[in-house]
Design a protein around this ligand. Sequence first.
Ligand code: NAD
Ligand code: AHE
Ligand code: ZN
Length: 370
Amino acid sequence: MRTRAAVAVEAGKPLEVMEVNLEGPKAGEVLVEIKATGLCHTDEFTRSGADPEGMFPAILGHEGAGVVLEVGAGVTSLKPGDHVIPLYTPECRECEYCLNPKTNLCQAIRETQGRGVMPDGTSRFSMLDGTPILHYMGCSTFANHTVLPEVALAKVREDAPFDKICYIGCGVTTGIGAVINTAKVEIGSRAVVFGLGGIGLNVIQGLRLAGADQIVGVDLNPDKIPMAEKFGMTDFVNPKEVEGDLVPYLVNLTKGGADYTFDATGNVNVMRDALECAHKGWGESIIIGVAPAGAEISTRPFQLVTGRSWRGTAFGGARGRTDVPKIVDWYMDGKIEIDPMITHKLTLDQINHGFDLMHAGESIRSVVVY
Ligand code: NAD
Ligand code: AHE
Ligand code: ZN
């Protein structure tokens, strides 16, 4: 079939919206009509050329929601008409990783996913002249139709609106999951969140859900304050306005250091500050942000010797097929909020404007509705 997609033709270039060829689903695969997709900073990271795993031409996008149109041979858990959220972290329920309760990093298709192809080693997308186009994070939600392995789709309830629940495909689950699954924050904790964008705000709402007493937000952009307060931020710190070093300021503000800190910026200097403002003896710092190629984190080992721990999280530690339908329920039951964070709705033709809004700090989430 043919479908419309925004293609990342070359690193650093705007996406080009065009008709592309899409082959039908092979064994174990599913054809999905994408109804809506969010724009995550990770898409921009890859589009810009900063991602060491980035390959072109590719169809980016990993925060989508849609409807199953067709299933390939052997697919048993999904049927045409099912509503689904694509999973860049699949859940095969069989691999060594899925069988270990300590991780959500299913490895069943990681190698081929990283090469931009389906598990059989080939791409379903091509240009009209036949040039292959790569998949991205196994999802490619910047196409109106896409093909995914069955293990990379969460089946969700049919009354949930696509233009909101697409955000559960990455940002919402990553932020809330970092708090609940990875840090396992206890009631009464003090926390610091660096970066109040599409991920950091969901960390904040996760902290409120977990019953944290103090939720400090740190961002260079004071325009983020009203939204962060709405989701539960109790204190705001703009590093540009702090006299002297930021770390002692945050340690003092949190009465000796935070129980939990989160980096949602991707900046390795911020990651160091996040570790070092965690409480001596027990503070945990969780890295969520994705850093540019070649960037490295550093600290004095003494920071760890004296009881702080440094950890990371992908997709908020969530097992997608199990956890994503539950998060959709939380949204539909009013336990979590999504609507205010979706600040812009765009058509596919306007997708590059979405990245401009991200750079200008004007959007939290832009969502393309097909
Ligand atoms: P975003 O652009 O919406 O938000 C980033 C925020 O950080 C902005 O508000 C910006 O003003 C702020 N910021 C930038 N530099 C800062 C600094 N030095 N100090 C304080 N604040 C600063 O991005 P997003 O969509 O929220 O993504 C955040 C990061 O999380 C990105 O690196 C993204 O790639 C990553 N991410 C990781 C996962 C995962 O599974 N680990 C999932 C999604 C996104
Ligand atoms: N390709 C990058 C790493 C990108 C990365 O860390 N991706 C996160 C999801 S970000 C979603 O917005 C992730 O899930 N990582 C686990 C994995 O297996 O990729 C690089 O630096 O090479
Ligand atoms: Zn993302």
